[in-house]
Design a protein. Structure first.
Length: 540
């Protein structure tokens, strides 16, 4: 269908059987559950949906029929292509193979008398412009093709191409051609994006939920194909770098990342393995996940502050001696940070890959949920165990002991190759040649080391991650409901209270997709292209 699309589209979606997919989605329990969920309630009040509804209303005024599911069912054919030429204005062109008898039964065709007739390459089409918004709707039925667009020139161009005229088409553009070379056979759905242009648009920067615009700007274009078989959905992606020479693939790091991914404990709820990580990122993972877990910075508040009506007193008499023209003194006593030694050790080790894995369990009281984490590091040379233990001890002891009293190491009773911290903090460490394993307890460390004897079947990768939705979701509901309860208890009485983000919003999305058992992603880099494979496993 791309050969029927005039040049200029930034996003292109093609389906082998659009009508079949639409019927399947409408009849799915996931759709029914989502429409009743808190996640949908929040989405229905979002600025994004309001903007889309505004465009939908304008389209209905111009076309004379509302673009609802009934309308989609009438114009949905089998092989279909949708090109989006302007995200902000929602300028698009839709071409589908639909028997002419079906196209002429649609409500849109019945409204053609209210449209102005046009000609393109001897083929007739119809155009109507809504006076207030300026929204344009144009369409044509040409044999077994239905063409629908929101720009007159796009529909005219598609008809000219259908007649065999030589015009510039989407599948001739360099960004499209180059990224398609890395694609596999088309899936049930194929999505191509001109990332070099899309990432410049203010709408993409505003509504792209991942907020990784800087990272995406290094790519020129991408293609994604969706395949479905049995209980598996598989998505194959290819992302083309703007500067292929900058897409450096370190073979040693990729090999190590693949090997570490295979060491994730079998009961891990989530894990990720990264090749050639930055030292600061590794240090942050060690501290935040294992050594000194703590709350991160508070998210920015989007609500205006509450006005407190009182006598207007600010501060107290004890504040009179506080200097406001100088920064507060540091409490470090002139000494460096406790993790400086650990950072120096990690820098010296030249980390090739890092893997972190986490699992949860319900505490014996049945109320709270405990989190267990482990970080595994692969270095270029063998680790020095005494140096590792000393660096970790210096990092964690100042925050949990007085003058580092009682902060030592002892061998684990269950495994002599594991050292446990002899203090209030439950930390376990195992050093095995070039591999360092640091966990929140000896059990999760042993679960990693026990897998080193298994035969490696891993493939080199830049990034590997997995998530066990089936085992973690019930614990997620329990944990977040306890955490959000405090927020509900502190409710200030403001109107239009939103559902709690984790326990209600995200929790309801999780329940909607309860049929998803697990998800995994593998990323490989080759010849200036990032290849990604995403798998969703569904419950049988």
């Amino acid at each position: 269908m791309a050969s029927l699309m005039p040049q200029g589209a930034m996003i292109y979606l093609e389906a082998k059987d659009f009508s079949g997919l639409l019927r399947e989605w409408n009849a799915s329990p996931e759709k029914a559950a989502w429409l009743k969920s808190d996640n949908y309630e929040v989405f229905s009040r979002s600025r994004l949906l309001l903007r889309l509804q505004q465009a939908q209303t304008q389209f209905a005024a111009a076309a004379g029929v509302p673009p609802d599911y009934k309308f989609l069912g009438e114009v949905a054919g089998e092989r279909s292509g949708l090109g989006i030429y302007d995200i902000g204005k929602l300028e698009l062109l839709y071409v589908t193979r639909l028997p002419s008898s079906s196209g002429m039964k649609s409500a849109l065709w019945q409204q053609r008398a209210k449209f102005e007739p046009r000609q393109s390459a001897g083929k007739q089409f119809y155009v109507r412009t809504e006076s207030e918004s300026g929204r344009v709707v144009a369409f044509a039925v040409d044999g077994d093709y239905l063409v629908l667009g929101t720009r007159e020139d796009l529909v005219a161009g598609a008809l000219s191409l259908l007649s065999g005229q030589k015009l510039g088409t989407l599948d001739q553009q360099s960004w499209y051609v180059n990224v398609l070379k890395a694609a596999k056979d088309p899936g049930e759905l194929r999505l191509l994006v001109h990332l070099g242009e899309v990432s410049k648009t203010p709408q993409f920067r505003t509504y792209w939920v991942q907020q990784n615009i800087t990272e995406l700007r290094q790519y020129e274009s991408s293609v994604s194909d969706l395949y479905r078989s049995g209980t598996e959905y598989r998505e194959e992606r290819a992302l083309l770098w703007k500067a292929p020479e900058a897409a450096v693939a370190n073979a040693d790091g990729m090999k190590a990342a693949g090997e570490l991914a295979q060491l994730a404990p079998a009961d891990a709820g989530v894990f990720r393995s990264t090749a050639n990580p930055k030292v600061d990122d590794v240090l942050g993972e060690l501290e935040q996940k294992v050594l000194t877990p703590r709350l991160g910075p508070a998210p920015p508040e989007k609500m205006a502050p509450t006005v407190t009506l009182g006598e207007g007193t600010v501060g107290s008499s004890s504040s009179l001696e506080t200097r406001i023209d100088a920064a507060p003194p540091s409490d470090s006593g002139g000494q460096g940070r406790g993790d400086d030694v650990l950072k120096a050790l990690l820098t010296k080790a030249n980390i090739r890959a890092a893997m972190q894995a986490h699992r949860s369990e319900v505490a014996p009281d049945g109320v709270f949920v405990r989190l267990h984490s482990v970080v595994v590091l692969s270095a270029s040379e063998d680790w020095n165990e005494p140096e590792v233990l000393k660096a970790i001890q210096q990092t964690i002891a100042p925050g949990i002991t007085t003058s580092s009293l009682g902060a030592g190491w002892k061998k684990s009773a269950g495994a002599q190759d594991i050292s446990e911290f002899d203090g209030l903090s439950r930390i376990a460490v195992s050093v095995r040649g070039k591999m360092l394993v640091v966990g929140t307890d000896a059990a999760i460390v042993q679960a990693v080391t026990a897998r080193t004897s298994e035969r490696s079947t891993s493939e080199p990768a830049n990034y590997v991650a997995g998530f066990r939705h089936d085992t973690e979701r019930e614990r997620f509901y329990k944990m977040t409901s306890v955490l959000d309860r405090a927020s509900r208890n502190n409710y200030t009485g403001q109107s239009n209270q939103q559902p709690e983000f984790f326990s209600q919003n995200i929790g309801s999305l999780s329940r909607t997709l309860s049929g998803v058992k697990s998800e995994s992603i593998t990323v490989r880099r080759k010849d200036g292209i990032d290849l990604q494979t995403v798998r969703y496993e569904w419950v049988q």
